[in-house]
Ligand binder design. Sequence first.
Ligand code: HEM
Length: 262
Amino acid sequence: MTTPEQIKFAHTPAGDEVIAGVTLKDAKRASKWPAYVDVAQSVTGAILGLFLFCHMAFTSSIQVSKDLFWNLIQVSGGTPVFGEEQVWLHFVFVGFITLCVIIHALCALRRFPTSYKQYRDIRAHVKFVHHTDSTLWLIQLITAVILTGTVFPHVMGMLTSPHDIDPNLSSVHTYHMGMIWTLIFLVATELHGMIGLYRVAVKWDVIKGRAHGLRKAMVIISLAMIACGSLTAWTYYSNGKELVENGQAATRYVPTQNWFAK
Ligand code: HEM
């Protein structure tokens, strides 16, 4: 039996109802939590996205020299203030970034498709509408899944052994993880981070209608970050390979230039 026309079209929704959907009639009961969670997701996402630029500068310093990387580790470990490296400072800093990752992931979870059917609908929608931002959303979803599996092993290693952030030990670590794992991690990180920063800027209208230009900038910056990160990863990998082959996998780096030596 089909629904009679007079029942099907009995109510023509007003503009507000179309925009806000069924929740409008429940407006008094509506919770503010979805809004708070949305803000938390954007704030932690922006912190992590901006952190990636510092992270790139920090890790890529090894391309200049092991000394530069070693001295930067001393800076983040508080040597200029305390006179010697404070391992607990590394723990606090890595812990803060890990907390941001956890909050960000928990907030984003509510947007994940909860069944294969939902995922299939999203893909069909993206294919159908041919809308760049919808495609970017699908890339965010896929890279988020990859990051869930890759970022925690990365930060957990540093949380449990903060003292092992060292030019030699980090290189040996990259060698053991392998180039394939590192490159998958790198591409997922940079795409997710740069698309994320672009989406936050669009969502909170930071860019005031200049989405097209920003999108172009985002693509160029993502490619530059992936290129720079790949070279850096290769430097760590080849240093690590050399150390392992010479039986020096556990040898810490001894700087030739210590900026803080008295
Ligand atoms: C405070 C927290 C962090 C510190 C101190 C840190 C430090 C490092 C260091 C020393 C390396 C070089 C080799 C190695 O140990 O693997 C590295 C590589 C890497 N990290 Fe992190 N990391 C942090 C957080 C993160 C986060 C949250 C992400 C991603 C969301 C990330 C993504 C990467 C990637 C993709 C690489 C490999 C590519 C490259 O060398 O540029 N890191 N990190």
